[in-house]
Design a protein around this ligand. Structure first.
Ligand code: DSN
Length: 417
């Protein structure tokens, strides 16, 4: 019982050490990834993992819940304060489950939903046909404008009038621009639809006031906690007071049983961290860094969807370089730069190949990198992308990436075993 991980399972200890080293020595530029604080990590490994707590604070199905009740209430109260929300549920295990709970609360199978498709920047759980959401609901999509590559509110309004959805889902995984919540509320009201915002990507920016908040506009808001918010891997739901009961019942007993109390404790810590000036400054820097990285890539001839970014991410269109997203991401990984392939709007490639990549700055900014480093990283990325046949270039860039990582260390005194 008292033996260390290294003693119990040296094989797994080695795998975890390898992952820690990877995170220390590469540029993590997947915009949905980040480095959680040591406080968050330690709560995720704490004794609350041992506790069953089906139900909600003060109304559990198990005894012995006094401490976990306090942990969950702290998480709820802090999220309410941070976002000004009327009601918060912190039990969703993941973003997809938060979305599932929201649908389960307000839709019946076969009801009509309007959302953005994955290839235009939406999410699997927004009605993709291989996902439960596409199987159980009748989903129609609005689209980005072909020219500007921005949300086309006028066309969305027309589509909403045509299909009269019960729910409109707004919130994206690969859209680099500001969302006009007021406009979406207007469209939803015109067709008597509920408005759901999925802010998984931009929730940290919202908490810091760097992106407008959907809280005054949306009926239901879902989010993850591990992206820009920099908390544990998990999710939460905010909603208007009158939906509180059905949202809570939808999570438990609707789609989940035992909540992950250790993760809920870590969520509470992340919400507290997000209330600080340091966090607000961090979010501002994420956006400044993204803008600088975007400019640097553009200066080196990389085309960005919609011409730039207002957020933490950007979408590079690699067709002018005759590279696919898959090949580009693999080449960059060889050089120690970790991004993901991503479809661009109106992509002709299947999503497993894709014509774009989706770099982001949350994790680099956590390491303390600023504009000067973003300029440098943009140049390094362009060197790799413009010379796909030059293994030597990737070797040189890998050396420069290592030097950058050494200048901006992360998890210096963290140990896994
Ligand atoms: N949340 C998605 C992403 O943006 O990476 C994955 O589901």
């Amino acid at each position: 019982m008292n033996r260390t991980l290294g003693q119990v399972d040296p094989e797994m200890a080695a795998v975890l050490a390898e992952e820690l080293e990877r995170q220390r020595t590469t540029l993590v530029m997947i915009p949905s990834e980040n480095y959680a604080s040591k406080a968050v990590l330690s709560a995720q490994g704490c004794v609350m993992t041992n506790k069953y707590a089906e139900g909600y604070p003060g109304a559990r199905w198990y005894n012995g819940c006094a401490s976990v009740d306090k942990a969950e209430q702290l998480a709820i109260d802090r999220a309410k304060e941070l976002f000004g929300a009327e009601h918060v549920n912190v039990q969703a295990h993941t973003g997809s489950q938060a979305n599932m709970a929201a649908y389960y609360a307000v839709l019946d199978p076969g009801d009509t939903v309007l959302s953005l498709s994955v290839d235009h920047g939406g999410h699997l759980s927004h009605g993709q046909n291989t996902n439960f959401s596409g199987r159980y609901y009748r989903v129609h999509h609005y689209a980005l404008d072909r020219e500007s590559e921005l949300l086309d509110y006028e066309s969305a309004r027309k589509i909403a009038h045509l299909y009269r959805p019960k729910l409109i889902v707004v919130g994206f995984s690969a859209y680099p621009r500001v969302i006009d919540w007021d406009a979406w509320r207007g469209i939803a009201d015109e067709v008597d639809a509920l408005l759901m915002a999925d802010v998984a990507h931009i929730v940290g920016l919202i908490a810091a006031g760097v992106h407008p908040s959907p809280v005054p506009y949306a009926d239901i808001i879902t989010s993850t906690t591990h992206k820009t918010l920099r908390g544990p891997r998990g999710a939460f739901i905010m909603c208007k007071r009158h939906l509180a009961g059905i949202i809570d019942r939808s999570i438990f007993p609707g789609i989940q049983a035992g909540p992950l109390m250790h993760v809920i404790a870590a969520k509470a810590i992340a919400f507290r961290e997000a209330m600080t000036n340091e966090f607000r400054e961090y979010q501002r820097q994420i956006v400044k860094n993204a803008r600088t990285l975007a400019e640097s890539l553009q200066e080196d001839g990389i085309r960005l969807v919609s011409g730039g970014t207002d957020t933490h991410l950007m979408l590079c269109d690699l067709r002018p370089l005759t590279l696919t997203g898959r090949d580009a991401a693999n080449l960059l990984e060889e050089a120690g730069i970790i991004v993901n392939k991503n479809c661009i709007p109106y992509d002709h490639q299947p999503s497993a190949i894709a014509s774009g990549i989706r770099p982001g700055t949350p994790a680099l900014t956590t390491r303390g990198m600023k504009e000067a480093e973003m300029k440098e990283i943009g140049k390094l990325m362009a060197r790799v992308l413009r010379n796909p046949l030059e293994a030597e270039v990737r070797k040189q860039v890998r050396e420069e990436v290592l030097a950058l990582c050494e200048r901006f260390p992360i998890y210096e005194d963290l140990e896994v075993a």
